[in-house]
Design a protein around this ligand. Structure first.
Ligand code: ADP
Ligand code: MG
Length: 231
């Protein structure tokens, strides 16, 4: 038991370190992308082809950081009291523009006063991965609806989309590293999401039908608001 604890502490330190590196690497990636684009406009034939390939690989690096590490903060985790409508206001601030940009609609109904225990940046990382997948699955007249409520001692969150949906065989592989059906996918998003939700003592389930859509349900033990937490 002792050894296992030490191992998980080490894992925690490694993941925090990786997150801080990711933060630092983001800016130079953006700057490099800018210069390459400038060159792309001025070059021809083979050169242009090489630059296009370089840009693609840069974008792949950025996707890995986004799916894997963006919101994990470079500091040792501490458990906070999270108010759901607060957390989702931030998440929607990032994702509603993305949904609108591709002509889709995203709505939510999350009452105030639902509390859980966890880490805010990790929570955001998990739900951004889920909602981003919904956005990426949408076709014409795409719609996403998010809602939450209390059920017995649990807080329940639903994310429903009318996107392309999944076959049972795809569903069985969700959360497996590198499993992706997208040309630009990393297949890391849900792996990270499952892990974060598990650490927060939550439970994640998928319901999906090919051609109809997907509904993700997440349950967490409810915390009572205003209660002070010992770190
Ligand atoms: P990525 O998004 O990089 O492909 P993820 O781990 O986030 O990796 O998702 C893995 C795969 O699960 C996706 O490629 C997609 O096929 C499937 N998937 C996840 N969420 C949905 C959804 N809401 N609708 C349809 N397919 C989904
Ligand atoms: Mg994804």
């Amino acid at each position: 038991f002792n050894r296992e604890l030490q191992r998980s502490e080490k894992m925690e330190i490694i993941s925090e370190l990786a997150a801080s590196v990711a933060h630092e690497v983001r800016n130079p990636l953006q700057v490099t992308r800018g210069f390459l684009q400038l060159l792309q406009g001025k070059s021809q034939n083979k050169d242009r082809e090489y630059i296009t390939l370089a840009l693609k690989e840069l974008d792949r690096a950025s996707s890995i950081i986004t799916d894997f590490l963006t919101f994990a903060k470079p500091e040792i985790d501490h458990v906070q009291l999270l108010e759901l409508s607060d957390e989702f206001r931030h998440i929607e601030g990032i994702l509603v523009p993305l949904a609108n940009f591709q002509g889709s609609k995203m709505t939510s109904r999350i009452p105030k006063g639902l509390y859980i225990e966890g880490n805010s940046s990790k929570f955001k990382q998990a739900f951004i991965n889920i909602v981003k997948n919904s956005i990426e699955a949408l076709q014409e007249d795409g719609q996403i609806h998010i809602w939450a409520y209390m059920e017995q001692e649990e807080v329940v969150i639903h994310i429903r989309d009318n996107g392309e949906g999944m076959e049972p065989a795809e569903m069985a592989r969700l959360g497996e590293p590198y499993f992706s059906n997208k040309t630009k996918g990393t297949g890391l998003g849900l792996m990270v999401t499952f892990r974060i939700i598990e650490v927060m003592r939550g439970e994640l389930t998928f319901h999906s039908k090919k051609g109809v859509g997907t509904e993700v349900i997440v349950r967490f033990p409810a915390a009572s608001g205003g209660e002070t937490l010992s770190s």
